[in-house]
Design a protein around this ligand. Sequence first.
Ligand code: PHE
Length: 438
Amino acid sequence: MKTEGRDMFGSRLSAVLAMAGSAIGLGNIWRFPYMVGQYGGAAFIVLYLVFALLLSMPIFLSESIIGRTAHKGTFGAMRALAPGSKWHYVGFITVISPIVLISYYSVVGGWSLHYFTESLIHGFSMEKSGLFQAFTSNGTGPVVCHSLFLLLCIYIVSVGVKDGIERFNKYVMPVLFVLMVVIMTYSLSLTGSMNGVRYLLEPDFGKLNATAVAAAMGQSFFSLSLGVGTILTYSSYLHSKENILSSGIGTAAFDLLFALIAGFAVMPAVFAAGIEPGAGPGLVFDTIPYIFAKMGQDMPLVSRMVSILFFLSLLVAAVTSAISMLEVGVAFLVEEKGMGRRKACAVIFGITWIVGVLCAVGPAVFNTLDHLVSDYLMAFGGLLFTLFVGWKMKKETVRKDFTNGGSRNNRIFGVVYFLIKYVAPIGIAAIFITNLVL
Ligand code: PHE
């Protein structure tokens, strides 16, 4: 299906699967479980839900409205919708953000690739604890894995929106879901796993300090892929007759469900193995292999199989997210610079490969870029998109897109518009400033 010669997603389900593919990623499997543990269990989940509803959903819908109304990527959409203004220059930042993001995300994708092959070829053993340290301290392995991961992702993007991105997501997302449910079921069946369930579910409101509040907002943006133009770009491939409210809710629901499943797959196993759960970011790459090694002493075959499934899931989840980041820059070069898709892919690959290599060998570069994107650029982009829809676009244009010309969602439009125009920008700005001051 094409509009003005552009590739389009074939159906709403394909679009939701592609958006869910973008949303469900390392953020769900790697970040969410340790954040819930660190910041008060169910209390953090409640806060996360509030932010998802009041801030993330309005940003998601704003990105969808901009992309779908203009049928163009970030920069082009802002120029088309606000001609003669300077908005597209600001919009340019959201072309840069995902390029920065993919550079270090691809390094973590590379780690996942390494762990997947490790689980496949050698398995994890107690003698090899400290594997992560050993792997990352020598630059060659991480650089090779980052390169392979990035090559795989850019190849999928180069095939096209429909034949590459859509088709890949359509097949692998359901598989990913089944894999994670299998792993969760296994994890919950382990002796001692219920302590992990309790850890995730018992609300500890005492831990909800200002840092936890900012972390819940940041995690909610990161997890839904907001503020960096990916949802905007994917929405530009969404047909005008589709219901953006239901694709937004569908994506957010899949994303949350997946985060919870990942939490219940990881934490019960951590407790069953008798490990302290406060491992933080090292949870997936340090603690989990240790758990597989420990389990492998009693049940080598089962442990081996589950470890393969786990790291395959992590890898697949990372790929479907990474391709959505790459598409933003590729769409920009194709639409604004008139490049062919393959050439655009080669340029984006070149840039992100070089920055990624710096991240793979220099932890300081990695941490700085991660901090820059997840703590500042995402919130900044989110603020920008809501302001654009709420204050720059004409209300009638917004209404027309959101309600598909008045044929649906009419009653809820007022609430959504209020959230986009006032609640989300004020909320984001308030948390952002508190964060800077603290
Ligand atoms: N949502 C992805 C994850 O959870 C990360 C991501 C952020 C993807 C921004 C695209 C854009 O891992």
